[in-house]
Design a protein around this ligand. Structure first.
Ligand code: PBG
Length: 331
């Protein structure tokens, strides 16, 4: 490729006028790229603010349905549902995860009845339901892998029975994607997609989420480092993605988002499969807090951060900014 030299080449020429900047723009964010994560609680007509996530609330199912309708009206293709469970209902083994009438399953049924066309994504992991807050079972200070996977399979089948379109295993156990695929197929759910949290890092950026779902804030010890990835690693993420794809994942998530754009870019170029970025709670709260303090133009920083995911190779983005961004894109 020939590249000219100054003064024959002046890079600023293509930036001089608004029409030209529009014309040469290489990447675009669209509402089609957005996935809106939402928090659900028991009760009726309830909305609780999440203190660490300005503008985000936990909603009872009836209100959650209204929010799903809003998402649909905004043109957002899919939502992801996360439950916040009362501590009295949690136990050591996360029994509620194996209950087909649990909060998540009832929320999915209600949403599918009201807005059948919106894509519904359910997390698979035990942390909302365990008293210790780990994503798996917790025995003698360890998270047993295969015993946990067996429960995750049951959880996934219940969610699919409820009408969930996409199962998203976020637990980072080994072999869970293949096991869940088999369990779904055996239950007649061949059409249910799997969006695997393939490269999920042990991150400090999940803090506000753990506040939102009231789980996992007091893990102690190694925290989730024995199953979530070490932030140092990049090749290991490619290995994880390769395994999840071989086990039947339809798409892969890189999480968190902004500090791991290099991983996202590698994933997209090395595998050429649908790649999803998760702009996690801490990333949301940093921008929202700086905006609230008047330290940055929050909308501008938000749109720039989302475009950054597109540039890095994301096909879709899980973001708490989804409704706000959708409104700006509609203008
Ligand atoms: C739980 C789960 C977490 C998030 C999504 N699913 C937290 C964790 O792994 O501790 C984080 C999402 C966010 O921070 O926005 N398996």
């Amino acid at each position: 490729m020939s590249r000219g030299q100054y003064p024959a080449t002046r890079m600023r020429r293509n930036r001089m006028k608004a029409f030209a900047r529009r014309m040469v723009a290489e990447n675009r964010l669209s509402v089609d790229d957005l996935i809106w994560p939402m928090f659900v609680i028991e009760g009726t007509n309830l909305s609780e603010d999440v203190a660490s996530m300005p503008g985000v609330s936990r909603l009872s199912i009836d209100r959650l349905v209204d929010q799903a309708i809003e998402a649909n009206e905004l043109g957002i293709p899919a939502i992801a549902i996360f439950p916040s469970i009362e501590s009295s209902l949690k136990d050591e083994v996360g029994s509620l995860a194996r209950d087909g009438e649990n909060l998540v399953c009832r929320a999915v049924r209600a949403i599918k009845a009201a807005v059948p066309d919106i894509g519904v994504i359910c997390d698979v992991a035990l942390d909302p339901f365990t008293s210790h807050g780990h994503d798996g079972l917790y025995q003698d200070g360890e998270i047993p892998n295969d015993e946990t996977v067996a429960i995750l399979c049951e959880q996934a089948v219940h969610q699919a029975n409820a009408g969930c379109d996409i199962i998203a295993p976020s637990d980072m156990m080994d072999g869970r994607v293949g096991a869940i695929r088999e369990a779904l197929d055996a239950a007649g759910h061949q059409k249910v997609q799997i969006m695997a949290y393939a490269a999920k890092y042990a991150s400090g950026f999940y803090g506000p989420f753990r506040d939102a779902v009231k789980a996992g804030s007091g893990l102690g010890g190694d925290g989730k480092a024995t199953y979530q990835m070490d932030p140092s690693n990049s090749d290991e993420a490619m290995h994880e993605i390769a395994l999840d794809l071989a086990e039947g994942a339809d798409m892969v998530i890189v999480k968190p988002g902004m500090p791991y754009l290099d991983i996202l870019a590698r994933a997209k170029t090395e595998f050429g499969v649908p790649c999803v970025a998760y702009q996690v709670s801490g990333e949301f709260s940093m921008i929202a807090a700086a905006d609230a303090n008047g330290w940055m133009d929050g909308d501008r920083a938000m749109m720039e951060s989302l475009l950054g995911f597109k540039r890095a190779g994301a096909d879709a983005i899980l973001t708490y900014f989804a409704p706000k961004a959708a409104r700006i894109l509609a203008k």
